[in-house]
Design a protein around this ligand. Structure first.
Ligand code: SF4
Length: 434
């Protein structure tokens, strides 16, 4: 047995301080990971791990050989003129690049989970600008942390340990000088870490935009807060919130899923980013940064790979093996029924999409490349099992703060299981050979 320091691919924080004990065949012990991370390492032999290729025959999924599964994949792709490729947030950047090459070869449309998640913030920032920060800066320099619609304690379990409870390099004090503000309609688990100096603001559901607007107004016109408060937050708390925002040296707003939900609409993101820019323009000695909380361990990888190779960060439509302009996203493509088969990689749209979209997805042949049995597994027409990146395969991934990290292979994958990259490469190779 040897002890090794490795990076956890359990979520987008990609903690690189995990110690594992391994003989090269099995992982014996995992030290330092949270429960979610531990679950990621346990997935190697989990009950819901996909160890076999499957194809659907007479409405039933049956185990098959890799050759037969690939044959079925080629058949579906060759009969398709409008393939849809989706997912790619839990695979390496190398596999994402191959996914884009495949989409180009078969004149498909490719999109990642980012489009319906934090990619919305990135897109909006093209209009408004965006001040970003890193985990390192959050640990070492932050003095104000705002969780806005973000339940970090559960979605990215070690984030608060790292950024809130750490002292950092440049200070003699840690938690004592860091103020936590939580803005959320729900009293989530993150409220449990609040101390006496922290501020809990239970906002009325879907009223975030009202709060942002009064903060923007007050930045431009002092004493404009309404006496009755706004969105369930009273005037004194509004003043406290603004005081923290304008007085911080290094403040960070963690933008969570709560802000991005459909109830809030899209304009809330724009107003939020404008508020940050407005405060920063007025700040004399400090700044506020935005931090986008997405959970999948390589969601940002897709945006970076797409941007650096094709000039756009998501929703790539290929026609005549050329990138063509489109305003479509994965959602609009499915809504309009503008596809005739789908290739889903490392994600579970059937559990996450609204019922009407799932129904449309199910109505066309579906190829699944994944390592875990999900709801999508049960409705797929062909399933090719894949390795666990960061455990059985190495590859590049972009951390939550857009820092690229190399994930190492720790143990060998089970026999006959290929990496996502190898699977997609094989599909491309065989399609090219006709
Ligand atoms: S916080 Fe995320 S990356 Fe860190 S140990 Fe937990 S699951 Fe793994």
């Amino acid at each position: 047995m040897v002890n090794k320091r490795v990076t956890c691919s359990g979520c987008s924080l990609l903690c690189d301080d995990i110690i594992i004990s391994t003989d090269g065949l099995y992982i014996d012990e995992v030290i330092g990971a949270c429960l979610k991370g531990k679950e990621r390492f346990d997935r190697v032999s989990a009950k819901n791990r996909i160890f076999n290729p499957y194809i659907k025959k007479n409405g039933e999924l049956i185990k098959t050989t890799l050759e037969e599964a690939f044959e079925q994949v080629f058949k579906i792709i060759k009969n398709s003129t409008k393939p849809l490729l989706y997912g790619f947030s839990t695979v390496s950047c190398e596999a994402q690049l191959k996914g884009m090459e495949l989409a180009c070869l078969i004149n498909g449309f490719i999109d990642s989970n980012s489009t319906i998640c934090q990619g919305k913030v990135l897109n909006t920032s093209k209009e408004t600008g965006l001040t970003l920060t890193t985990i390192g800066e959050a640990i070492n320099k932050s003095d104000l942390l705002i969780l806005w619609g973000a339940n970090a304690a559960e979605s990215i379990p070690r984030l608060l340990n790292k950024v809130l409870f750490s002292r950092g390099k440049f200070r003699m004090t840690g938690r004592e000088i860091k103020t936590l503000i939580i803005i959320d309609p729900i009293k989530t688990a993150s409220f449990n870490v609040m101390g006496v100096r922290d501020v809990a603001l239970q906002i009325e559901p879907a009223k975030d935009i009202d709060l942002i607007r009064v903060l923007k107004d007050e930045c431009c016109r002092v004493n404009s807060f309404p006496d009755e408060g706004v969105a369930g937050i009273d005037k004194n708390d509004l003043k406290r919130l603004l005081l923290h925002l304008t007085g911080t040296e290094n403040g960070i707003i963690f933008i969570g899923q709560g802000i991005l939900n459909a109830q809030n609409g899209n304009s809330v993101i724009k107003e939020m980013l404008e508020l940050i820019q407005l405060i920063n323009a007025k700040h004399e000695k400090g700044r506020i940064s935005a931090f986008m909380l997405g959970g999948h361990y390589n969601m940002w990888g897709f945006d970076h790979v797409a941007l650096s190779n094709y000039g756009i960060n998501h929703s790539l439509q290929f026609t005549n093996q050329q990138l063509t302009e489109t305003s479509d996203t994965i959602i609009s493509k499915i809504e309009k029924d503008d596809f005739d088969c789908s290739i889903i990689v490392g994600t579970d749209p059937i559990s996450h999409f609204p019922k009407q979209l799932s129904k449309k997805l199910i109505s066309k042949p579906l190829i699944l490349i994944d390592n875990t049995k999900t709801a999508t597994f049960h409705i797929a027409d062909v399933i090719i099992p894949s390795t666990l990146t960061g455990i059985e395969t190495d590859g590049l991934a972009y951390r939550i703060d857009h820092i690229p990290l190399n994930l190492e292979k720790i143990i060998n994958p089970p026999k006959n299981i290929l990496s996502d990259e190898e699977i997609i490469k094989k599909i491309i190779r065989n399609l090219k050979q006709g």
